[in-house]
Ligand binder design. Structure first.
Ligand code: 13P
Ligand code: SF4
Length: 324
């Protein structure tokens, strides 16, 4: 595993920011034998230097299969933590350690343990947007792209507990026909879209399709023509005959939509009262400068207790094995 001493790291941290950050990142990426993974919600300049861009499931698969020695995870903490769970011998760095997630924060491990104890006969399915402590208490992890398919595969005679996103959970219930006991968490980004603004955009663009992430609230999903994970929204835009789309998810995804489909039109639905709260404040903590600095110093690195890692690994591996 590559490492830097404390002194080297401190000296490296003081190095002035290069004027050509993408070139400096590329040189360090080669030197470190690193792979840069980025979620669609990252800033455009980070997506542009990434080796691979994807949704949570694709990024987990990529993290599981990479041969690089260092994984720079341009996303949020639970994503980098999942990469570390899958790769204990690799160095996994997150450009900003404060890049958390409201869903993971809404489900502390000790409170989740009490919830589980109240439902001892339930199969525990947790959305990947949770801490290692919650994963370790789960039977199966899912992402927004495979949740419906995985729940459909579970034994019909067993009750299911689903955490931590109640909006995703309700959507999975509607799609799978299974009743789920839900943890009451939500995403601060996806709960802020304005129905009023969506309806106004629909009036302006009557031929546009509404495409939505399942973390959105039900009254907005009810207005959607297509619902899916970030990757599935992108794939739908590629295959649909429609030329315009009103997008109900974090607007970082519009960069790839516009890049891959320059002839089509994409409009981000704003938050309530026109606020810019549809941009994930955690994802946006990562910057190109922080990507460069974490490649230089190999910090902040994700570290995990080995017994916790092994407990969290089992339901992730089950997910990867069950995902089609
Ligand atoms: P997906 O990556 O599964 O589309 O989920 C989006 C998300 O909110 C990640 O935090
Ligand atoms: Fe978490 Fe929501 Fe941000 Fe995704 S968009 S990282 S679910 S706060």
């Amino acid at each position: 595993m590559p490492s830097t001493t404390g002194l080297e790291s401190a000296m490296a941290a003081d190095r002035p920011v290069p004027s050509d950050l993408p070139a400096a990142i590329e040189a360090l990426r080669r030197e470190r034998n690193a792979v840069i993974l980025a979620h669609y919600y990252q800033e455009a300049d980070i997506q542009d230097i990434a080796d691979f861009i994807g949704d949570s499931l694709e990024l987990s698969r990529k993290a599981a299969s990479t041969e690089a020695e260092v994984i720079v995870f341009c996303g949020v903490h639970f994503m980098a933590e999942t990469a570390k769970i899958l790769n204990p011998d690799k160095t996994v760095v997150l450009p900003d350690l404060e890049a958390g997630c409201s869903l993971a924060d809404a489900c502390p491990g000790d409170a989740f343990a009490r919830f589980r104890a109240e439902h001892p006969d339930h199969i525990v399915v947790s959305y990947i947007n949770c801490s290692a402590a919650v994963k370790a208490q789960s039977d199966l992890i899912c992402t927004s792209s495979n949740a419906v398919d995985l729940v459909r595969q579970l034994p019909a005679d067993r009750p299911i507990l689903f955490a931590p996103d109640r909006n995703l959970g309700r959507w999975v219930e509607r799609q799978s026909g299974r009743s789920l006991t839900l943890w009451p968490g939500s995403c601060i980004v996806h709960e802020t879209f304005s129905e009023q603004a969506l309806l106004e955009l629909k009036l302006e663009h009557p031929d546009a399709e509404v495409i939505a992430h399942p973390e959105c609230e039900q009254h907005l999903l009810d207005l959607a023509d297509f619902i899916g994970s970030t990757s599935k929204l992108l794939q739908h835009a590629e295959t649909s005959d429609c030329e315009s789309f009103l997008v109900l998810t974090e607007p970082g995804i519009l960069h790839q939509m516009r890049r891959r489909l320059p002839g089509k039109h994409f409009f981000a639905v704003p938050g309530l009262d026109g606020c810019s709260c549809n941009a994930c404040p955690y994802m946006r903590l990562n910057t190109l400068e922080k990507v460069w600095r974490c490649l230089l110093t190999l910090t902040p690195a994700i570290e995990l207790d080995e017994s916790l890692r092994l407990q969290a690994l089992a339901p992730i591996e089950r997910m990867l094995a069950m995902s089609r």
